[in-house]
Design a binder for this molecule. Structure first.
Ligand SMILES: [Zn+2]
Length: 184
């Protein structure tokens, strides 16, 4: 009985801390901090890279959609498609291209872009300064969405992409929209 009490007292005594143990402790703490910092920076870089890839994909989608729209115009004496069926009229006939209508930052939406409704059945050849006229853009509204700047969605960290009637694509913040020719 007395022996076991002595053993308990002995086991409760702190272990002697030798310089080697202390060094090992600091080493482990250093490794933990280094690991934490590396993981944090890695995660940040990962988010940034993913975001960049989504932006590139979105821009690529609008490049393709705008190109298909210009091809459509070429095949229809210069006329833009009906705004209410633009996805069906322009993109679907080109074959395996559904993915171009999905913005990678809104993967659940079947259609992540809208058509400028002011271009509904307009003659492209009659329009001036095509490079200032929005054609298709990042938007809410889904399949065959058509409208104006009210549909623009800056879903890429405050930015959204706009394809213009001359085929070029540019990123914008909502404050830019007032300067564009939405109703040519
Ligand atoms: Zn997008």
């Amino acid at each position: 009985m007395r022996g076991s009490t002595r053993a308990q007292v002995r086991s409760a005594e702190p272990l002697p801390v030798t310089p080697g143990v202390r060094r090992l402790g600091w080493c482990l703490l250093g490794l933990a901090i280094a690991g934490f910092v590396t993981c944090g920076v890695g995660a940040l870089l990962g988010f940034g890279a993913r975001d960049k890839i989504r932006k590139l994909q979105c821009r690529g989608n609008l490049d393709q959609i705008a190109l298909l729209t210009l091809i459509y115009c070429g095949d229809h004496d210069g006329w833009f498609p009906p705004a209410g069926t633009w996805c069906d009229s322009v993109v679907i006939p080109s074959g395996d291209s559904m993915r171009w209508l999905r913005c990678p930052s809104a993967p659940r939406a079947r259609g992540g872009y809208a058509f400028n409704a002011a271009l509904n059945l307009r003659d492209r050849g009659q329009l001036d300064r095509l490079e200032t006229i929005p054609l298709e853009f990042d938007a809410v509204g889904g399949w065959n969405a058509a409208g104006g700047s009210e549909l623009f969605t800056p879903r890429h960290r405050g930015y959204g992409y706009i394809a213009y009637a001359d085929g070029h694509v540019k990123q914008h913040v909502p404050e830019d929209l007032a300067d564009l020719t939405w109703n040519p």
